[in-house]
Design a protein around this ligand. Structure first.
Ligand SMILES: Nc1ncnc2c1ncn2[C@@H]1O[C@H](COP(=O)(O)OP(=O)(O)O)[C@@H](O)[C@H]1O
Ligand SMILES: [Mg+2]
Length: 230
């Protein structure tokens, strides 16, 4: 079953065509990765799904056309976003940042799930977000997206700026989401190794177009080449 179906998607900033005919699906139980260099259009693609840029083409979520829905309505349908650069409220506590992601005030069970996935965050719950480490801030940003109880989680370069050790922690946390929840993940990354560890299928986006796509297995032989390409 397809959770997300994107067909023939074009995206524009003003008159500039940024994405040209993108086709990407996410099926139930899958993690799909989008890899590509800076400026390829990865963030624009995630913004298209959530409705933050002008688009043409089909975007269906659980069989329903999203094109005419405003961004907040798309979030309520079950699309969670962990944006590029985290976008936390720096002077609020970790827990208050998490609570902001929930659609209601009564979100203790969601909070419990987030603390279960990220036990370190529970210990840091009363810390001011800007005082938390880069890794903790990234976990907070993912946790905040989980608070909206998404069926599909969009993640924009979660490993960006993290030290190698913290990337391993991030990897384990995303694996836990895969194992313990029914959430599908659309992962945008420049860290190829991380994407190959987490995804079922890979799409390579270059200059607004998907130039290669396939299962992780079908990419194995090419992995080294792509490490050089990106
Ligand atoms: N707000 C904007 N207005 C105009 N052009 C933009 C805007 N945001 C991004 N772009 C352009 O769109 C292209 C894709 O950007 P982006 O989606 O951010 O790429 P990526 O996330 O892969 O680095 C780039 O050429 C970038 O300069
Ligand atoms: Mg980006």
């Amino acid at each position: 079953m397809k959770v997300l179906e994107v067909e023939n998607l074009k995206a524009y900033y003003e008159k500039a065509l940024i994405l040209k005919n993108i086709d990407i699906d996410v099926e139930k139980g899958e993690t799909v990765a989008i890899l590509g260099p800076n400026g390829a259009g990865k963030t624009t693609f995630l913004k298209s799904i959530i409705g933050l840029v002008k688009t043409e083409g089909k975007i269906k979520f659980n069989g329903e056309n999203l094109q005419n829905l405003k961004p907040h309505k798309r979030v309520l349908k079950g699309i969670g976003v962990c944006p590029e650069g985290r976008r936390l409220f720096p002077d609020m506590t970790v827990e208050d940042n998490l609570r902001l992601g929930a659609s209601t005030k009564h979100c203790d069970s969601e909070l419990e799930l987030v603390y279960d996935i990220f036990p370190d965050l529970k210990r840091r719950s009363n810390h001011i977000a800007k005082m938390a480490s880069g890794g903790e801030q990234q976990m907070t940003a993912i946790g905040r997206a989980l608070m909206s109880k998404p069926k599909l989680l969009l993640m924009d370069e979660p490993s960006l700026g993290l030290a190698p050790k913290l990337i391993l922690r991030l990897r384990d946390a995303i694996k836990k989401i895969q194992k313990d929840t029914e959430i599908q993940i659309l992962l945008v990354e420049q860290n190829i190794r991380l994407a190959f560890k987490l995804a079922n299928r890979i799409n390579i986006l270059v200059n607004g177009e998907i130039v290669e796509k396939g299962t992780v297995e079908s990419f194995r032989d090419l992995e080294k080449n792509y490490v050089q390409l990106l």
